[in-house]
Design a protein around this ligand. Structure first.
Ligand SMILES: *[C@@H]1O[C@H](CO)[C@@H](O)[C@H](O)[C@H]1NC(C)=O
Ligand SMILES: CC(=O)N[C@H]1CO[C@H](CO)[C@@H](O)[C@@H]1O
Length: 296
């Protein structure tokens, strides 16, 4: 087995994972390579590529570039489901994203899989668990038939910060990036498995019914190194085979960050506070051509 090396570490911490293979999904941006907003037909072209591996995508702020409005008809035509995000940090973004979803939901009920309120907002220290839970409950009141929860860094589930949220949510997404933790690719999948098993173990101890997904993981094919983590096509492919194929084979649902390169993007910040390039995280190039073998 390709990931035999990582099994002993992961097994040691492994909680009871379901036996069926996990579902694979992809994070999708709202902008074209030149930084302008995608239209319905751009999303249709995106989904035509993604459908070779998956039938679910997740986005971030639902009102950004009219994301909900533009992707939902595309998702319906291509038989995809979507998880929408609500950027909760400001009242304005919270209200705009919530409205974008509630307004479009009635015509596209079958396409809306879930809603996440906040994206790494606990990690940034923007809310306490109880404050975030209050917002999740508010969204649930508006969308009683939709699964509602949050997406945050794996360690905020493991360390108890998210406990109130875990207890009160339908769905939990945990992000884990060995690259942003400065790990050599040799330890990339072991570190990833360890992070996710710690988060999942704690989540399941609090709420056995909550649906769990890896919210974001992946490896960049270009850009700068981050401590011992080096980007590259070879490295990204290794992380795909060991980390992503490995964890879905274990039955954990996983969103890969991200479907397509986003050359317009500004720098992003990792665990040590240092910023680095975030434009080469696509499993596919910005022009939707393939980068490496993504069979499992
Ligand atoms: C490799 O990952 C494991 C699991 O997270 C961790 O305990 C260990 O410290 C990592 N090794 C290095 C060299 O960072
Ligand atoms: C307490 C805290 O960190 N608040 C931040 C929440 O998010 C907004 C927008 O990103 C920031 O401006 C606040 O500083």
């Amino acid at each position: 087995m390709r990931f035999a090396k990582v099994l002993p570490i992961a097994l040691a911490a492994a909680p009871a994972v379901v036996s069926a293979a996990g579902t694979l999904g992809f994070a999708l941006g709202t902008k074209k390579p030149d930084g302008t907003c995608k239209s319905q037909s751009d999303y249709e072209a995106d989904l035509d590529v993604v459908k070779s591996k998956s039938s679910i995508v997740r986005g971030y702020a639902a009102s950004d570039c009219d994301f909900a409005q533009n992707i939902l008809p595309a998702a319906k035509n291509k038989d995809f489901k979507v998880i929408f995000g609500i950027w909760a940090d400001t009242e304005d973004s919270y209200n705009a994203d919530k409205t974008a979803i509630t307004k479009n939901y009635p015509q596209f009920k079958d396409q809306v899989y879930a809603v996440t309120v906040g994206s790494e907002s606990l990690y940034r220290g923007n809310f306490t668990g109880d404050q975030l839970l209050a917002k999740i409950k508010d969204v649930k009141t508006s969308l009683p038939d939709v699964k509602v929860g949050t997406a945050d860094s794996w360690n905020k589930y493991q360390d108890g910060t998210a406990d109130p949220v875990v207890k009160g949510s339908d769905i939990i997404l945990a992000n884990a990036f060995s690259y942003w933790q400065g790990q050599d690719i040799k330890n990339g999948s072991a570190s990833f498995f360890d992070d996710i098993m710690q988060a999942l173990g704690h989540v399941q101890s609090l709420n056995k019914d909550v649906e769990f997904w890896v919210g974001e993981t992946g490896w960049p094919t270009g850009g700068s190194s981050y401590e011992a983590a080096n980007p590259g096509v070879k490295e990204a492919q290794q992380f795909w085979k060991e980390g992503i194929c490995g964890i879905t084979a274990w039955g954990v649902n996983t969103f890969v960050f991200e479907a397509f390169d986003e050359p317009w993007k500004p720098l992003s910040t990792g665990q040590n506070g240092q910023a680095a390039d975030e434009t080469h995280w696509g499993v596919w190039n910005a022009d939707r051509s393939s980068k490496y073998d993504i069979s499992c």
